[in-house]
Design a protein around this ligand. Structure first.
Ligand code: PYC
Length: 335
């Protein structure tokens, strides 16, 4: 007979933003009160990585899931802190995830419509939630469309040549949008949903070539996101992307940090003025609307992105001490 003593419980709320899922861990994590998100990441990595693996790896999660651990604010002017993670580690920021965090906090009744500052390891991000209008009414009191003002973003290097085995030479820009991206337009591939296997394979080889060639972000930072750029499917939009995430899943959304990196490149090339809208399609055709203001230093921009997120589940993850896979498949957990 099954026994259920000693279960560890994680309360989670799941959502998706433009098709890309986010799992917010609300309770059940370790006590990280008083730590900033950057300090919390270090503590999680060292002592509590079980939380990440149990929440997002199989059998409870999958490679495409991005997790978000809510933290108490460390300052009077912020509403919360958040640490994002995935199947292989921790993220500096996550745009689709932050939009999901916005609707989740509203769903939980923790924040009303309005502006809220959220701490992340990459810096503060401002969430803007509008009250729901009747014609869009859901069970939330806020509209599903959330906008975020992301961390300062910038292009670091332009038109960097890379030899991709089996493909030939391509060029791309290296940019920061809260994570490091290599953005490539001259790949010659069609950015269609039916082609995700080919796009994934090419992006993996491109990422390996960056590593082999010692091509990095600033201060030797690993470039762990690849963004293939192409024309939009719909004329009302301005571009389309395919983004390969660090754990080799592709982003179902247009990728908030990737769209920020793209805006930084457009600004650096002088082809998009501050305040002008850029509608970025992802590989599913879902859209983030972006724009930017100039940042404090000459090459920095402050991107704003808007997209829709929907709550999909509220549940309790149970970690049974007799379950050999309770910490996630392929990991041993703390014991
Ligand atoms: O939206 O920034 C984003 C993101 C990063 C990884 C997956 N989504």
């Amino acid at each position: 007979m099954a026994t259920f003593s000693g279960l560890r419980r994680l309360e989670v709320v799941d959502s998706h933003t433009a098709g890309e899922p986010t799992r917010v861990v609300v309770t059940g994590g370790p006590d990280l009160a008083g730590l900033t998100p950057a300090q919390a990441v270090e503590r999680l990595r060292r002592e509590h990585d079980w939380l990440r693996t149990a929440a997002v790896l199989e059998p409870r999660g999958s490679d495409i899931l991005v997790g978000a651990l809510l933290l108490p604010p460390t300052r009077f002017d912020t509403a919360a802190g958040v640490v994002f993670f995935n199947n292989v580690g921790y993220l500096g920021m996550c745009g689709h995830g932050m939009i999901g965090v916005g609707v989740t906090l509203a769903y939980l009744g923790r924040i009303p419509a309005g502006e809220h500052r959220i701490e992340t390891p990459a810096g503060d991000v401002t969430l803007r939630l509008a009250p729901s209008e009747r014609r869009h009414a859901s069970f939330l009191h806020v509209d599903s469309r959330v906008s975020i003002r992301n961390v300062a973003s910038r292009r670091y290097r332009a038109r960097v040549p890379v030899d991709v085995p089996g493909h030939g030479r391509i060029t791309g820009d290296i940019a920061w949008g809260g994570n490091w991206f290599f953005l490539c337009s001259d790949h010659g591939l069609e950015l269609r949903f039916g082609r995700v296997e080919q796009l994934t394979d090419f992006s993996r080889r491109l990422r390996a070539a960056l590593g082999a060639g010692g091509i990095t972000g600033e201060a030797g930072a690993e470039i762990d996101h690849i963004e293939l750029i192409g024309p939009p499917a719909l004329s009302e939009n301005h571009g389309r992307n395919f983004v390969l995430c660090p754990g080799l899943a592709y982003d179902r959304s247009p990728c908030g940090t990737g769209t920020s990196a793209k805006l930084a490149c457009l600004a650096a090339d002088g082809v998009l003025e501050p305040g002008v809208a850029w509608r970025q399609e992802g590989i599913l055709g879902s859209v983030f609307e972006g724009s930017y203001e100039r940042g404090e230093s000459g090459d920095e921009i402050l991107p704003t992105l808007a997209g829709r997120a929907y709550i999909t589940a509220r549940s309790e993850l149970l970690l049974d001490p007799s379950d050999p896979f309770r910490w996630g498949i392929g990991t041993h957990g703390p014991d």
